[in-house]
Write a protein of this length. Structure first.
Lengths: 297, 338
């Protein structure tokens, strides 16, 4: 809105994002979840400042020290130590960094490819569209973790391969969401008007359709982020993702679950970290969906 | 009607075609190549001391693909490179255990999830509804490997009321007939068959709860939203105007319409259950297809990996096809649109 029109029109029309934000704020639980998630993200970013020790360093005199609030606990090790005397708190903090950056890489990769394919399949001709959709149907038909496990089994365990596998599993959801949203928008009158004005396909897409398909895509990104964390942790737990020296949360759990009887805190505390991260992301996703749905009404 | 079934079958065939291309491609990435499928043909040549025949080099890839499909349709998936046993028969030993666990988990999820979802829909926006919805979100965010360990800690290690591993107590010797432990123990003629049945049930409880948690959360949420949209329909308003009771309104009129989206969601749970069974079976040492496949991954037993994914993915595809056909019969709207 330029200054000229504001001269006549005193009421300020809030931008789409500020309207979303206003709806979002009304949901207190989602707001709390956003705060928690921001804190987790900050912990991940400043991991090296927050951690008390290097995540790999072993204190061989302090094996299986319980968390500091127990009688046998040590104040040096806030959340205790694991089976070879590594500080659990430092491992979790660095694990947050590793897990969140891996999940971001997965979402970035699958989101870019998925949205690109979705746009291509909704603008291309029938054959390309059905070729892409058949392939996506196939990926959806194979249970996600199973597909990831098989891919990792063939190309070998390890971090980069786990990222490729999980990203491949997440692509179809992006394709479907983008394609459905575009098909839905394409039938609307503003698109017809744009076409009558002689807009090219690229102009039509970037200028008028793209802003309107953002809400479902944003919700899908948060969903994919939580799925990515869960799948990477599951692969780590099965020994096919991050390998043991890495402080990845699933890997930490798989290392410590043998000691579940003697040192239950080495299982409960890393699990809580995964759980709260997933819960906060899912709550943020729910809140975003509600805020954007409200907008439509 | 016939046309729709035909179209469904074409859909199914194309899904299976892409699946076979995928497994065919993945088999080429294995260190020993795709020969394991054809090995029974070249057995005699191997015995004579010649090198294994590499079918891919001598003939073109399309004809190899058709031979491959021919072998698969005959149920030949090759032999396990570790044990030398037929993969197809191994699959039928392990898969019923997975199926039994998944069915019980799904029953658990449905029998709690649908009533909870209906309750939440009836009490929409009241505190009970909010409680149910937040609980489902908690269940949905639960990493099931951690959830399994928490339950093991609570019920097995501290309270000592559930076993931690395998399908049945080791003292029972049950002849596998169907592969479903609950049915086999009942069919068994041993004098301890009743005790064996309870033992099998006892072993099933904890894994089924773990595996059923995420489906439970999803089913509760989708039942709630389906019921809310069904209850706001005009036909409910007119039924209410005719003076039907609240029970009839919910159970007879609204639920029957809400069931269609719920069945769709149930179909999607097949994938979720298989994914979950990989983890659940590992934690509870459940001798099912998931554990069998993961062990093959750890041992780099490529023929088993190939056969396992092919068989499990085919199972999922067939289940989806059957569900789609069932939906056609249940939902008249789908028949008209097609």
């Amino acid at each position: 809105m330029n200054t000229h029109s504001q001269f006549y029109q005193q009421t300020k029309i809030p931008s789409t994002f500020s309207r979303w934000w206003r709806h979002y704020q009304e949901n207190k639980l989602a707001l709390l979840a956003l705060v928690i998630f921001t804190l987790i993200a900050l912990v991940a970013i400043f991991a090296s400042l927050l951690a008390s020790y290097d995540p790999a360093v072993q204190f061989t005199d302090f094996i299986h020290v319980p968390p500091s609030w127990y009688e046998l606990g040590e104040s040096r090790f806030i959340l205790g130590t694991d089976y070879i005397g590594r500080d659990i708190f430092s491992r979790l903090v660095f694990g947050a960094q590793l897990t969140l950056s891996l999940a971001s890489a997965v979402v970035l990769l699958s989101g870019t490819i998925g949205m690109f394919l979705g746009v291509v399949s909704s603008f291309a001709n029938y054959w390309i569209d059905s070729l892409i959709m058949r392939f996506m149907d196939f990926i959806l038909a194979v249970p996600s973790l199973l597909l990831a496990v098989v891919i990792v089994a063939v190309i070998g365990p390890g971090l980069p391969n786990a990222i490729y596998a999980v990203a491949l599993v997440l692509i179809p959801h992006f394709v479907l969401i983008t394609r459905t949203a575009i098909k839905h928008e394409k039938n609307k009158e503003y698109v017809t008007a744009m076409l009558l004005d002689g807009a090219s396909k690229s102009r039509l897409f970037i200028q008028s359709i793209l802003p309107n398909i953002l809400p479902p895509v944003i919700v899908q990104i948060t969903l994919a982020f939580s799925t990515a964390i869960l799948e990477i942790a599951a692969l780590g737990f099965l020994g096919l993702g991050a390998q043991p020296p890495h402080p990845e949360w699933g890997t930490i759990l798989s290392e410590s679950h043998h000691y579940i009887m003697f040192a239950p805190w080495t299982v409960t505390i890393p699990g809580l970290a995964i759980f709260f991260t997933l819960l906060s992301i899912n709550l943020v996703g729910d809140g975003l969906r509600d805020a954007m749905d409200n907008e439509k009404k | 009607m016939l046309l729709i079934v035909v179209r469904q079958i074409i859909n199914f065939a194309s899904s299976f075609f892409v699946l076979s291309l995928f497994t065919f491609g993945i088999a080429h990435l294995f260190p020993e190549g795709i020969d394991f499928i054809f090995s029974h043909n070249s057995q005699s040549k191997l015995l004579l001391g010649t090198l294994p025949i590499n079918g891919i080099e001598n003939s073109n890839i399309v004809s190899v693909y058709f031979q491959y499909i021919g072998e698969i349709i005959q149920g030949n998936l090759g032999q396990s490179s570790v044990r030398g046993t037929s993969i197809f028969s191994e699959f039928w030993i392990y898969f019923p255990a997975t199926l039994e666990l998944s069915i019980v988990a799904l029953l658990f999820a449905v029998s709690i999830g649908i009533p909870l979802g209906i309750l939440a829909a009836r009490l929409k926006n009241k505190w009970q509804d909010k409680l149910i919805i937040s609980t489902t979100l908690v269940g949905y965010s639960m990493p099931i490997f951690w959830w399994a360990m928490l339950l093991v800690m609570l019920f097995s290690l501290w309270l000592g009321i559930t076993p931690v591993a395998s399908r049945i107590g080791f003292e029972f010797d049950i002849l596998p007939v169907t592969g479903f432990m609950l049915i086999d123990t009942l069919l068994s003629t041993q004098e301890y068959s009743t005790e064996a049945f309870y033992s099998a049930l006892h072993h099933l409880v904890l894994p089924a709860i773990v595996l059923g948690t995420i489906p439970l959360a999803v089913i509760t949420r989708s039942t709630r939203s389906a019921m809310i949209s069904a209850l706001s329909g005009d036909y409910i308003l007119s039924a209410r105007a005719r003076g039907i009771s609240k029970t009839q309104e919910v159970w007879k009129h609204a639920l029957r319409n809400a069931l269609i989206p719920i069945i769709t969601v149930l179909g999607l749970q097949v994938s979720v259950l298989i994914t979950g069974s990989l983890i659940t079976e590992t934690i509870f040492s459940w001798p099912g297809a998931g554990k069998w496949l993961l062990e093959a991954v750890y041992r780099r037993d490529f023929p088993v990996i190939h056969g396992g994914i092919l068989a499990i993915a085919s199972f999922v595809i067939v289940t989806h096809l059957l569900l789609d056909i069932v939906m056609m019969f249940v939902d008249p709207k789908l028949r008209r649109n097609a």
